[in-house]
Design a protein around this ligand. Sequence first.
Ligand SMILES: NC(=O)c1ccc[n+]([C@@H]2O[C@H](COP(=O)([O-])OP(=O)(O)OC[C@H]3O[C@@H](n4cnc5c(N)ncnc54)[C@H](OP(=O)(O)O)[C@@H]3O)[C@@H](O)[C@H]2O)c1
Length: 338
Amino acid sequence: MTNGTIGTAALGDGGPEVGVQGLGCMGMSFAYGPVDADASRATLERALELGVTLYDTADAYGAGDNERFLSPFFTAHRDEVVIATKFALSIPPDEPTRRIIRNDAPYIREAVEASLKRLGVDVIDLYYMHRRDVNVPIEETVGVMAELVREGKVKQLGLSEVTAGELRAAHAVHPIAAVQSEWSLFSRDIEANVVPAARELGVTLVPYSPLGRGFLTGSFVDAAQDLTADDFRRRQPRFTGDNAVANASLLAPVRAVADAHGATPGQIALAWVQQRARVHGLPVVPIPGTRKPARVEENTAATRITLTEGELALLEPIAGQVAGNRYPDMSFTSAGRE
Ligand SMILES: NC(=O)c1ccc[n+]([C@@H]2O[C@H](COP(=O)([O-])OP(=O)(O)OC[C@H]3O[C@@H](n4cnc5c(N)ncnc54)[C@H](OP(=O)(O)O)[C@@H]3O)[C@@H](O)[C@H]2O)c1
């Protein structure tokens, strides 16, 4: 680590070293209210200066808009960035707000070509199955993904929101470099089965929403009142009404720990994920999402915070007290199927 840049972690067993914190790019085009292209571009450049190399997108983010938006940045820095994108959430042309989960071979083949074209690159570094279609055997899906590796369209494979059993079955077909699942002070369900399986198989964990979609920073309380009408978080049970008010009170110990470090609550949330992964003994590359250069500075600085045992103990009960699920339909998640 030099000049304020972050450390590195391996992406999968024997895989490339990437910055120990990645950047979630979804909000630059989609889901979290008004977008600001200029600020987002500045955020991407600042992140790279700070040692962030893993950039996370998906074909579904803004129906391809996010991949298209990132393309100039990726092509300008092709040798410095690790591009992660995803397939599986198909959008019917006549119903742009609907998502149908597709894990079948014809769909994957169509999706990868479309992503390569939108991204403007000839290979995707890390290609994830975004969501699981339980009607398609995982072996079949990963079999097709493995063909993409052999054909040179994709370098490494990842899975998002899979169960430990699905991960093991997939890994037996082709090495899985990364599992991307929600993991934060508020969402710890994967610690029961998925994290131990990933550790055993040498799979890197890529925690998404490590800031609890921003809630852990204290930047909003009730999504229905504080966020714009189109904001995805208004549909998440834990961020509205009585749940949101109860959950906001759970941030008191996070603020206390932050004060002790002269840090922000968001930084404590990020430091906690890094440290929790060390307890489990596996590499981790959280991908906090932001569209603001100052926040990428704040978030990457969190990689240099070490929490004491006493502080970890103070934060330990929080997840068990959270009111409301993280999604309206939990069958979309590993916890909903385990
Ligand atoms: N695999 C999946 O199913 C899945 C699901 C969700 C997300 N993801 C990926 O994971 C990435 C991260 O997750 P996420 O964006 O949902 O949640 P997150 O990283 O937990 O939080 C993002 C939110 O926090 C705000 N924020 C970031 N840094 C902040 C700071 N220092 N202070 C105050 N607020 C801050 C952001 O606002 P600003 O942008 O305005 O800074 C944004 O609203 C996404 O971008 C996406 O790539 C994957």
